[in-house]
Design a protein around this ligand. Structure first.
Ligand SMILES: *Cc1c(COP(=O)(O)O)cnc(C)c1O
Length: 389
C-alpha cells in the first residue's frame, strides 16, 4: 500500500485561535460596542498589565504604532538620534524615520543575538563626547529571546537615556523573573497574525509611568484638547484598537501560557533531532531567562554540513514548507543607507554573520508533530543524512 504523504503547506507561524474568541466578539456585537474603544479594550489593557506585572497598558492598532507613540512620548524630534538594534524587522526602526530622526544601528552579540552591550557602550561614549546623546534606545528581543537587559539598562541609566523594549516577538518571555518588555521605560508588543498571540492586527504599549501612558491615549485618539469644541494643539494619530479586536485579544491572552509551552516544545523537538549534526547550531538562551521560542532559529556552517543555508531554505520551499532567512540587518537595508553602525567588536560583525547563516524554522503552536517531522526529514535529506532503516 502506498504511503500517503501529507503535502499541506507548513507555515512559519500562523494564527492559532483558542475557540473563545467568538464569545467576546459576539458580546461586542450584541451590546453594540463595535466602536470606538469600549469594555473589551479596557479589560484587555487591565488584563495585559496584570499578566506582565506593570502599572498600565494602552491597546493600539499595531506594534509599529506603539513604537511610534513611544518615540513621541520621549520627545523624539527631527534631527535627534535614536539607537536601535540592527538585527530586526524594519518596523523597529521605521517610526524613527516618521519623526524625521536618525537611526544609529547597534550590532548583536553572540550569546543572545540581540543588542551588543559592548557596541552600545562605544556608541554611547562617542555620542556623549560629541554632546549628542540619543533621545532613546530601542532594544529588540529577537524571536522571543531576551537581550542582555542588565548590561543595557546600566549603560542607559548611566547616560540617562530611556529604553524602549521592542517586545513584539517576546510576549510571554522572562528575564530574571521579569516579563520581557517591562524592564525599560516603555515596552511594546504586537498582535500581528504571525505573533505568539494575535488580534489579527494590533499592539500594546506598556509602562509603569501612568502619566506617560495617559499621554499615549491622548496622542492615539487625534490629540484632542480638553475643550467644549474640537481643539488640537499637537499632532495626533488614529491608533487605538477596536473593541472587537480587543475581544479577540482577551481570548488569546487566556491561552498565552499554553502557546509559550507549545513553541518551546517545538524548539525541543528540533533540538533533539538536529543538534547532534555538526555544523547546525541553535539560537542560545541566556541563563536566568526564558525565551518564548516564538521562532526556532538555527545557523548553518556550510563548511561543516556541505550545503548553504540558501539550499536548505529552497529545498524546504519545494516541499511546501515555509522557512525564512534570519532578518537582514537594518544597517544593510537600502532604506537606511548611510546610517551609522556600531559593530560588536573589531573582529566580529555578529548581525551580518548571523544573516549569512541563520534560518528561522516553522514554529507555529498549531503545527502538528507530523508536520514538524516533515520539516526535520527535509532538512536531513538536503544534508544527505541517511535516516534509520
Ligand atoms: C512584528 C514586529 C513589529 C511590528 O508589529 P506590527 O504589529 O506588525 O506593527 C515590530 N518589531 C518587531 C521586532 C516585530 O517582529
Amino acid at each position: 500500500m502506498a504511503v500517503k504523504t501529507n503535502n499541506e503547506r507548513v507555515y512559519l507561524s500562523s494564527p492559532h485561535l483558542s475557540g473563545n474568541e467568538k464569545k467576546y466578539i459576539l458580546e461586542a456585537l450584541e451590546t453594540n460596542w463595535v466602536a470606538p474603544l469600549g469594555p473589551n479594550v479596557d479589560a484587555f489593557e487591565r488584563e495585559m498589565a496584570a499578566y506582565i506585572g506593570v502599572e498600565d497598558a494602552v491597546a493600539v492598532s499595531s506594534g509599529t504604532a506603539a513604537i511610534h507613540l513611544a518615540l513621541r512620548l520621549l520627545g523624539v524630534e527631527k534631527g535627534d538620534e535614536v539607537f536601535c538594534s540592527s538585527l530586526t524587522f524594519v518596523a523597529s526602526a521605521n517610526p524613527i524615520l516618521y519623526e524625521g530622526a536618525e537611526p544609529v544601528f547597534i550590532d548583536s552579540e553572540p550569546e543572545t543575538w540581540n543588542m551588543s552591550p559592548q557596541a552600545l557602550e562605544r556608541a554611547l561614549l562617542e555620542a556623549y563626547q560629541v554632546g549628542k546623546l540619543p533621545k532613546a534606545v530601542i532594544v529588540v528581543h529577537l524571536y522571543g529571546q531576551n537581550a542582555k537587559m542588565d548590561e543595557i539598562m546600566s549603560l542607559c541609566n548611566y547616560y540617562n537615556v530611556p529604553v524602549i523594549e521592542d517586545s513584539a516577538e517576546s510576549l510571554g518571555a522572562y528575564y530574571n523573573g521579569k516579563a520581557s518588555g517591562t524592564i525599560g521605560k516603555l515596552g511594546v508588543y504586537s498582535f500581528n497574525g504571525n505573533k505568539i498571540i494575535t488580534t489579527s492586527g494590533g499592539g500594546m504599549l506598556v509602562s509603569n509611568d501612568i502619566e506617560l501612558l495617559n499621554k499615549a491615549r491622548f496622542l492615539a485618539t487625534q490629540a484632542r484638547d480638553n475643550a467644549p469644541h474640537y481643539q488640537h494643539s499637537e499632532i495626533g494619530y488614529n491608533y487605538r484598537m477596536s473593541n472587537i479586536l480587543a475581544g479577540v485579544g482577551r481570548a488569546q491572552l487566556g491561552v498565552l501560557e499554553e502557546r509559550v509551552q507549545a513553541r518551546r516544545l517545538v524548539f525541543e523537538r528540533y533540538y533533539k533531532q538536529l543538534s547532534g549534526i555538526n555544523g547546525i547550531n541553535f539560537m542560545p538562551e541566556l541563563e536566568n531567562t526564558k525565551s518564548n521560542r516564538w521562532l526556532t532559529a538555527i545557523t548553518i556552517d556550510e563548511s561543516q554540513v556541505g550545503v548553504s543555508k540558501k539550499v536548505i531554505v529552497e529545498s524546504l520551499g519545494r516541499e511546501n514548507i515555509e522557512a525564512r532567512s534570519v532578518w537582514k540587518p537594518l544597517h544593510m537595508q537600502p532604506l537606511f543607507l548611510g546610517a551609522r553602525y556600531y559593530q560588536h567588536n573589531t573582529y566580529d560583525n555578529v548581525s551580518e554573520r548571523l544573516f549569512k547563516v541563520g534560518i528561522c524554522l516553522p514554529s507555529g503552536s498549531n503545527m502538528t508533530e507530523e508536520d514538524q517531522m516533515r520539516v526535520i526529514h527535509c532538512i536531513k535529506k538536503s544534508l544527505r543524512i541517511e535516516e534509520g532503516v
